[in-house]
Design a protein around this ligand. Structure first.
Ligand code: ARG
Length: 242
C-alpha cells in the first residue's frame, strides 16, 4: 500500500470512531450527595457513575450539564439535554411530559433540623419556616399537605440543596424536607439531624423526552446489563458502603 493510502485509511478510522460513538448531553443538579455532587471541580456520584456505565455498555459518551433541578424537565423538552439523571422521582405529573427508565433507587422524605436544636417533628407546624428545593417532591409534599391546609405558615424554596442546607445551618429556616438517602448523607457530614420520616415511597428513574423510545430502550437495556454484571452493586458499595 502506498504511504498516502495508509495515512488516509488511518484518518478514516479515527473519524469513523468519532462519528459512531454518539455523545448525549446529560443534565443533573449537582447538589445531591451521594447521587450527584461536585468534588475537586468534577461532577461525581452514584448517578454520574451509573450513566457513564450505561453509556459504556451501550456505546455512547456522556457530557454532564449542571443546572437547577426545576430546569431539568424544561431542558429535556426543549432539547438542551438528552437525558436527565438527578435522583429524579417518577411521578404521574412528570410522566405526562417525559418518559422514565425502569426505577433504580427508592426513597422517602426526611425532615432535618440543625444539630442540637430542640426541634422535633412539630417543626412542620405553625409559624416555622421549612426549606425545600424548588420543584422537588419535597416541595410538593410540603406545599400540598402543610401550606395549602394552613398547618404551616412558611415554605422557603431554594434553587439548590446546598443553599437550603446553608440556610438551615445559619438559622434562616427551622427545618428542611428532602429525600431520605441525601438527608442521611448530610446527617453524617454536616451539623444537622433527622427528626422525622415522611413515607412517600418514591422511585428514581432516568428521564428522556417523551417519545424518545430509542434512547429510553438503550438506557433500560444498559441499566439491566449494569445490574446483571454486578457493576451496580459495586456502585452501591462505593457510594453507600461503610
Ligand atoms: N427525588 C426528588 C424529586 O424528584 C428530589 C430530587 C432532587 N435532585 C437533585 N439532584 N437535586 O423531586
Amino acid at each position: 500500500m502506498k504511504r498516502m493510502t495508509v495515512v488516509f485509511l488511518a484518518f478514516l478510522f479515527v473519524f469513523a470512531g468519532f462519528a459512531f460513538s454518539k455523545t448525549y448531553i446529560v443534565g443533573t443538579s449537582a447538589d445531591f450527595p451521594p447521587f450527584e455532587y461536585v468534588q475537586n471541580g468534577r461532577y461525581v456520584g452514584f448517578d454520574m457513575d451509573l450513566i457513564q456505565a450505561i453509556g459504556k455498555v451501550e456505546g455512547f459518551q456522556v457530557e454532564i450539564r449542571d443546572m437547577s433541578f426545576d430546569s431539568l424537565i424544561p431542558a429535556l423538552k426543549s432539547g438542551i439535554i438528552d437525558i436527565a439523571i438527578a435522583g429524579m422521582t417518577i411521578t404521574p405529573d412528570r410522566l405526562q411530559v417525559v418518559d422514565f427508565s425502569d426505577p433504580y433507587w427508592s426513597a422517602d422524605q426526611d425532615v432535618i433540623v440543625k444539630k442540637n436544636s430542640d426541634y422535633n417533628l412539630a417543626v412542620l407546624f405553625g409559624n416555622n419556616k421549612v426549606g425545600v428545593q424548588t420543584g422537588t417532591t419535597g416541595d410538593l409534599w410540603v406545599s400540598d399537605n402543610l401550606i395549602k391546609t394552613g398547618i404551616l405558615k412558611h415554605i422557603v424554596r431554594y434553587e439548590s440543596f446546598i443553599y437550603a442546607l446553608q440556610a438551615l445551618i445559619n438559622g434562616e429556616v427551622n427545618a428542611v424536607v428532602l429525600d431520605s438517602p441525601v438527608a442521611q448523607r448530610f446527617a453524617q457530614t454536616q451539623p444537622v439531624s433527622i427528626v422525622g420520616v415522611i413515607i412517600t415511597n418514591e422511585n428514581y428513574g432516568i428521564a428522556v423526552n417523551k417519545g424518545n423510545k430509542t434512547l429510553l430502550d438503550m438506557i433500560n437495556d444498559g441499566l439491566a446489563k449494569v445490574k446483571a454484571s454486578g457493576q451496580l452493586s459495586q456502585l452501591v458499595d462505593k457510594y453507600f458502603g461503610k
